[in-house]
Design a binder for this molecule. Structure first.
Ligand SMILES: [Zn+2]
Length: 312
């Protein structure tokens, strides 16, 4: 009998709107005659709710409108996760793979009146350089050079050729060209030039023992996100009986969760980053995408659970 009641409860809204076949009408009426609880449920459905009296919306119409909204939400959810997947693939494929220094990786040559001509090995698909005065006040400047490739370039880039660039040096100070391996090992002096007369000055040992340290901010943000997630989980655990508080802790807690996942996708399980601006902007972008997806999924899931609770 219990099973039949469930079927009847599912049919009642349609029956009340007279949207069932005549066979079903007979079936429902037969049941209502013999089952008091279903009869009561039918009376309740027939009697418009106070709010519906004002809006004049029939329950079925309301339900179908809600269904439409949920359908749009589900489509949006799929789109968001598809974009997030693309961004993740981009982040992984374009992540810089820095080269350790080797002979011929980069050669530097002095062009009078122009600056330093850098020529890179074929394997190098991207590079960067910065010129700055010796921070210790020495009478020379550094030209720091980084070179890298990426999975994307390794797999798909064909015939980029040899990269080269001319670093224009405005200074009249000697210049020391330094290769930065970005792997925690020391920087390497590859050449030194003096623009004032004597052609090439001796390679100086000034950069020995120096290294570019990775930036640790990402690690701090990761710890912050993990701490927020733990606090919110505790709050959730102790307030889970209060529906309102529980829902809001879930909604807020989804952001640190999205941030941690985004960090792992963009930087792996590394705390340190040698390309902080790139990594951080990608993590923030991806985490916002994932978060909006999680919020939508959370909404849809809550709605489904509500429906299940309405039809026990
Ligand atoms: Zn019944």
């Amino acid at each position: 009998m219990r099973n039949e009641c469930n079927i009847i409860r599912d049919l009642l809204p349609l029956y009340a709107e007279k949207m069932v076949s005549s066979d079903t009408v007979v079936f429902v009426e037969e049941h209502l005659k013999s089952c008091e609880s279903c009869r009561k449920e039918y009376e309740r459905i027939k009697e418009p709710q106070p709010s519906q009296k004002i809006s004049g919306t029939a329950p079925l119409l309301k339900l179908s409108r809600k269904m439409k909204v949920k359908k749009i939400q589900t489509i949006a959810l799929t789109a968001i996760f598809a974009i997030a997947l693309l961004v993740s693939a981009f982040a992984v494929l374009s992540a810089p793979i820095y080269f350790p220094y080797s002979e011929g990786l980069v050669t530097a040559e002095w062009l009078d009146g122009e600056g330093i001509r850098l020529t890179f090995d074929k394997e190098v698909t991207d590079f960067d350089y910065t010129v700055y005065d010796d921070p210790d006040g020495g009478d020379f400047c550094y030209c720091e050079i980084e070179a890298w490739t990426s999975l994307w370039d390794k797999w798909f880039s064909t015939g980029k050729g040899t990269l080269s660039a001319t670093v224009s040096i405005q200074h009249t100070k000697p210049v020391i060209a330094v290769y930065v391996p970005n792997d925690g090992s020391e920087n390497i002096c590859i050449a030194a030039y003096n623009p004032n007369g004597e052609n090439q000055i001796e390679k100086r040992a000034d950069c020995e023992g120096t290294m570019v340290l990775p930036r640790l901010s990402l690690g701090y943000f990761l710890i912050l996100a993990a701490a927020a997630l733990i606090v919110l989980t505790v709050v959730w655990f102790f307030t889970r009986k209060k529906a309102e508080v529980r829902v809001w802790t879930e909604r807020i807690g989804l952001y640190p969760a999205a941030y941690i996942i985004s960090h792992c996708i963009v930087s792996g399980i590394n705390w340190a980053s040698y390309s902080l601006p790139r990594d951080f902007s990608l993590i923030v972008f991806l985490s916002i995408l994932l978060y909006s997806g999680f919020l939508l999924a959370h909404n849809i899931w809550r709605w489904k659970r509500e429906i299940r609770e309405l039809n026990p």
